[in-house]
Design a protein around this ligand. Structure first.
Ligand SMILES: [Mg+2]
Length: 416
């Protein structure tokens, strides 16, 4: 079964675009993957377009060979947007292969491991503060933060993840770190520390004592700043603090002083980038992004993690993909109890690549767990379906280009 074309599709996700790769074959089977140019990675589409000629004509079943060839071709510029382009191509190939075999994609990866996974409410308060016109009700005060904490609990979640906010005149605004506003020094002063405490306290007050609290610091500090923050919030009961750092030794230094578990590595690409962090025992929870790395490659990384896990803990969470967080279309779809949106791997602990459960920034009210049950469109037993579930659309524990989400995404919504 030969690849005949690779086609890029884009849609308006409200405050940024989402990107999809459509892979067509000579026997009519079409595979999909989702990728992202909105998180520091402009140009992934151009990479895919430049590499498409090396994929067309190749056998879909040879996805590892194709990946190896593309890696060889791009080796001098390995990593970054190039790696993310390769990941998108690999995932579309896997989706196609699974559909051709008539199996869920997890069958390609060793079979389903579990039926249910715990989820956390990601970007909790963040989107309602930063994008009030898109994520409502908008949050404009500490009372709003407390209210959302209560909403998390009332909707049956058991955990939430939030970020740093500054309160000026009682109104929150996001702490920078991604160039807007331009504060490249990333100094963490007393004002930031005080406001973070205020924010976390409001979250805790609203959510109550039984909700696990997670904090994502992203790239918003440097080594000494992260340590300052961790010391400042020592008395908070944190499930984990997520830190992005390109220095494994520095992250290990931070972790050894941290009163809280550290998660990290979300932005790393390829086993070579992960290994120094594993050797350094730099984090408690390794986050391997299967959308950016490609699921097949992510499994290899996770396997190495398993080999050095030592005292590392497993992450039992999923978080929704950015697509589900933000896509205006999918927000509409959440009104349907049958929503089959896509979810990206958030947490990969003990070498397991988790993927596929269900809850988003604007959840539809599903409680504690997103039950995968035996629904083929959520990864259940494909034999339960008259037609059989195929490809990534049916997969619970790996990645996903949820076919249901894509199918429902009306064509006019796309713009090429
Ligand atoms: Mg993160």
């Amino acid at each position: 079964m030969k690849v005949t074309s690779l086609e890029i599709l884009r849609c308006d996700a409200g405050w940024r675009n989402y990107h999809f790769l459509k892979l067509s074959t000579d026997d009519g089977i079409v595979g999909w993957s989702e990728y992202d140019e909105g998180f520091g990675s402009p140009g992934v589409s151009a990479v895919i377009e430049r590499l498409a000629g090396r994929v067309v004509g190749q056998d879909v079943f040879d996805h590892e060979r194709i990946f190896a060839e593309l890696y060889c071709f791009t080796r001098p510029a390995a990593g970054g947007v190039v790696a993310e382009g390769l990941g998108a191509i690999e995932n579309a190939l896997l989706d196609t292969k699974a559909k051709a075999l008539g199996v869920p994609c997890y069958v390609l990866l060793g079979g389903k491991v579990r039926d249910r996974v715990r989820v956390y409410w990601s970007h909790c308060a963040t989107w309602r503060i930063n994008h009030p016109s898109l994520y409502q009700p908008a949050i404009t005060s500490l009372d709003g933060v407390k209210g959302l904490g209560a909403e998390v609990r009332e909707r049956g979640f058991t955990a939430l993840k939030t970020n740093i906010f500054l309160y000026e005149g009682g109104k929150p605004r996001g702490w920078p770190g991604f160039g807007v506003p331009f504060l490249p020094e990333l100094n963490v002063d007393k004002h930031v520390l005080r406001n973070l405490r205020t924010h976390l306290a409001a979250m805790r007050e609203g959510a109550g004592p039984d909700i696990d609290l997670l904090l994502d610091l992203n790239f918003n500090a440097k080594t000494e700043g992260y340590i300052k923050i961790l010391k400042e919030i020592t008395d908070f009961d944190m499930f984990w603090v997520e830190i992005d750092s390109y220095n494994p030794a520095a992250l290990g230094y931070i972790r050894r002083q941290s009163p809280h578990p550290i998660s990290s590595c979300e932005t790393l690409l390829g086993l070579r980038e992960f290994l120094p962090y594993f050797r350094e025992q730099a984090m408690d929870v390794a986050i391997i992004d299967a959308v950016w790395n490609g699921v097949w490659q992510a499994m290899k990384i996770a396997a190495r993690r398993r080999g050095v896990r030592g005292q590392h803990r497993a992450a039992q969470f999923l978080r929704p993909s950015r697509h589900d967080d933000e896509c205006a279309f999918c927000r509409r779809r959440t009104e349907s109890p049958d929503h089959g949106g896509r979810y990206r791997s958030s947490a990969v602990g003990r070498g397991s690549v988790h993927r596929g459960a269900a809850i988003r920034e604007r959840p539809s009210g599903r409680p504690r767990y997103a039950g995968l049950g035996n629904r083929p469109d959520r990864g259940g037993d494909p034999r339960a379906s008259p037609k059989g579930a195929r490809g990534l659309a049916a997969l619970p524990a790996v990645l996903s280009s949820s076919r249901s989400a894509l199918t429902g995404l009306a064509r006019p919504t796309f713009g090429i």
